[in-house]
Design a protein around this ligand. Structure first.
Ligand SMILES: Nc1ncnc2c1ncn2[C@@H]1O[C@H](COP(=O)(O)OP(=O)(O)O)[C@@H](O)[C@H]1O
Ligand SMILES: [Mg+2]
Length: 231
């Protein structure tokens, strides 16, 4: 399997007042193209921090983050921005949908950002057909004009997944996407993620506490004492 992403010897600490907390101390992890890796670890072990570094939302103190062989830490601000927009999809525990936008608009946002400026100017909506198709496939066809606060948790997360996938990323980063849902709804979300991931052939790094969910992955790794070990 070719490597999609390699996190190599990642160190990261946070300063809280006078105290420094070392969160990652030599974490190394690679994800193959199309591979599904589950990441487990105690609360506070640094799972979210590692995901944010993988998605270029945060910079490590040292180490390298290679995406398709390129070090994204050495890229320009604009290139990193493009990497996030075009190659990575994020799914968060608390959805992070924009409350003022409806389901369709939330889903389209990354596509609009990626489009050339003149498309925004003439109000053409790039990706609209794909967004409607995806949302309909996810059971949200009757919810396109609803705002997030008019939706259930499961529906919000499905909209967030559609948003994560709209630009056809090659890497999905999902941070406890079922952490706020009841088990049955959560299982539906996982089934959806796994199916869409397979259809779009993208790699996925999924943080979960649930051993049943972790078992579905191609590989399970654990974050402990700032390092990655096979689980
Ligand atoms: N921006 C930040 N500033 C200070 N400390 C942080 C920050 N982000 C995370 N931390 C600390 O780093 C540790 C790991 O956090 P996190 O990556 O969220 O863990 P997990 O997702 O495994 O629960 C925690 O002790 C947390 O308080
Ligand atoms: Mg976390």
């Amino acid at each position: 399997m070719t490597n999609l992403m390699e996190l190599v010897d990642i160190h990261k600490s946070f300063r809280m007042g006078t105290e420094e907390v070392q969160v990652l101390s030599g974490a190394t992890l690679s994800i193959g193209a199309g591979e599904f890796v589950a990441l487990i670890g105690a609360s506070g072990s640094g799972k979210s921090t590692l995901l944010h570094i993988a998605g270029a939302l945060e910079k490590p103190d040292s180490g390298s983050v290679l995406f398709q062989g390129r070090d994204i830490l050495r890229c320009s601000f604009f290139e990193r921005y493009r990497f996030r927009n075009q190659h990575v999809g994020f799914v968060f525990q608390l959805y992070h949908l924009l409350p003022e936008l409806n389901v369709l608009e939330n889903t389209l946002l990354p596509a609009m950002v990626a489009a050339p400026w003149y498309k925004a100017l003439i109000r053409a909506r790039p990706g609209k057909k794909l967004a409607v198709e995806m949302l309909t496939d996810m059971g949200l066809g009757a919810r396109l004009r609803h705002r997030p606060n008019e939706l259930s948790g499961g529906e919000r997360q499905r909209a967030a997944i559609a948003r994560a996938l709209i630009n056809r990323p090659s890497l999905l980063l999902a941070d406890e996407p079922t952490g706020n849902l009841d088990p049955r709804t959560g299982q539906g979300i996982i089934d959806l993620l796994i199916r869409r991931r397979r259809e779009q052939n993208c790699g996925m790094l999924l943080v979960t506490h649930d051993v049943n969910i972790a078992q579905l992955a191609d590989r399970v790794v654990r974050l402990e004492d700032g390092k990655i070990t096979p689980a």
